[in-house]
Design a protein around this ligand. Structure first.
Ligand code: PEP
Ligand code: MG
Length: 362
């Protein structure tokens, strides 16, 4: 085993000498983050925070929030989740030892969080002092025919700014604590706002984030640098990237959604008919696995070309599944991305692919 580890380390060391693309990981648990660090990840490129809301106490508080009538009630419900979120982020910063950590705000549609079982609905009604019928009315008001194109991503931060404020506080408080413990690290939180399609919409949410973060930092009497960026995963965001770049420190391409929305193929259902496309020789590859360079890729190139002149410090990455696919990694190198982010076990593949891309495109 030691011999294999030695050989692996040597090969990876060669790859790292040549590559210019940084390799980060998609991780939302400390275990995944540590595994990815061992495999050479240089940061977290995507922490999907939605997974953190499903533990029992948290989901109960989140459901209370959804069914509350006033801002004060919503804030009080979210206040119960804040310490958990702060702990989640502290553990990730610890695992990353001062490397960048990109934390993405809650993304899925709200209806995914509401109870479906009668018993849970009754529990929620009792906790809220409401009738079961009233709770059911709230739940049915959240129903959407196309939830993936609906009330999710930063749209949640527009309708429920309290969620964005709570997550910002957790990100910043956690960073301040970990920074205090490790004065030799520079803890680098990056707040990522998902699913934007318009610069005014992004500004609206960014302003909430910046006001909340700056108040936290001032109250703690410390210095902390943080970044606020957005995912580019709706074609309109790529098409208006010059405006979007004025509101963002970084772009991260969410090519899972960008592929879905560029093709108009549901990412959750495409497998059901794509086989017929291979048989008919319309497609050679699954566009959700290998980046479609002529369509989706063209939008990425356009976003970079529009965004960089407006914001020369803009750093750009990818965190869709394609970030760990070698041909997609080569494309990312060619169009000038700064990093790719992929699941922990694909980190070595991305390191090798990034080195090959650098050598092949000298
Ligand atoms: C994406 O859309 O590519 C992405 C990384 O986000 P998610 O898969 O969570 O929608
Ligand atoms: Mg997405």
């Amino acid at each position: 085993d030691a011999k294999i580890a030695g050989t692996f380390g040597r090969i990876m060391g060669w790859a790292d000498k040549y590559r210019t693309l940084k390799v980060r990981t998609n991780a939302d648990t400390p275990a995944d983050a540590k595994k990815a660090r061992e495999l050479g990840a240089e940061g977290i490129g995507l922490c999907r925070t939605e997974h953190m809301f499903f533990e029992e106490d948290r989901i109960a508080a989140f459901r209370e929030m959804i069914c509350s009538d006033t801002v004060e009630e919503r804030e009080a419900a979210l206040e119960k989740i804040l310490p958990y979120q702060q702990g989640d982020f502290e553990a990730l910063y610890e695992a990353l030892e001062g490397n960048p950590v990109t934390i993405r705000f809650l993304d899925p549609p709200l209806h995914e969080f509401v109870p479906t079982e009668e018993e849970d609905i009754k529990k929620l009604a009792d906790a809220q002092g409401k009738t079961v019928e009233e709770i059911k009315t709230i739940i049915s008001s959240l129903h959407e025919f196309n939830p993936m194109m609906g009330h999710r991503g930063l749209r949640l931060a527009v309708t429920y700014p309290e969620i964005a404020k709570m997550q910002t506080k957790a990100v910043i408080r956690a960073a301040i604590n970990v920074q205090k413990k490790h004065s030799d690290w520079t803890v680098k939180p990056e707040i990522m706002i998902p699913l934007s399609c318009d610069s005014k919409e992004l500004k609206y949410v960014k302003d909430i984030v910046v006001a909340t973060a700056d108040a936290e930092i001032a109250a703690a009497g410390v210095e902390l640098e943080y970044q606020v960026g957005t995912m580019i995963e709706i074609p309109r965001a790529a098409l208006t990237a010059d405006e979007i770049a004025k509101q963002a420190d970084f772009f991260c391409f969410g090519t899972n959604d960008l592929t879905q929305m560029t093709y108009g193929f549901s990412r959750d259902d495409a497998g059901k008919f794509l086989d017929a496309y291979y048989d008919a020789k319309i497609f050679e590859n699954d566009p959700f696995a290998k980046l479609d360079q002529v369509g989706v890729g063209k939008l990425m190139e356009m976003a970079i070309k529009l965004g960089k002149p407006v914001n020369p410090n803009l750093h750009v990455g990818i965190c869709g599944e394609h970030g760990g696919d070698p041909s997609s990694v080569e494309f990312c190198h060619k169009i000038g991305l700064d990093y790719v982010s992929c699941s922990p076990f694909r980190v070595p593949i991305a390191r090798l692919a990034a080195a090959q891309a650098a050598i092949a495109n000298k």
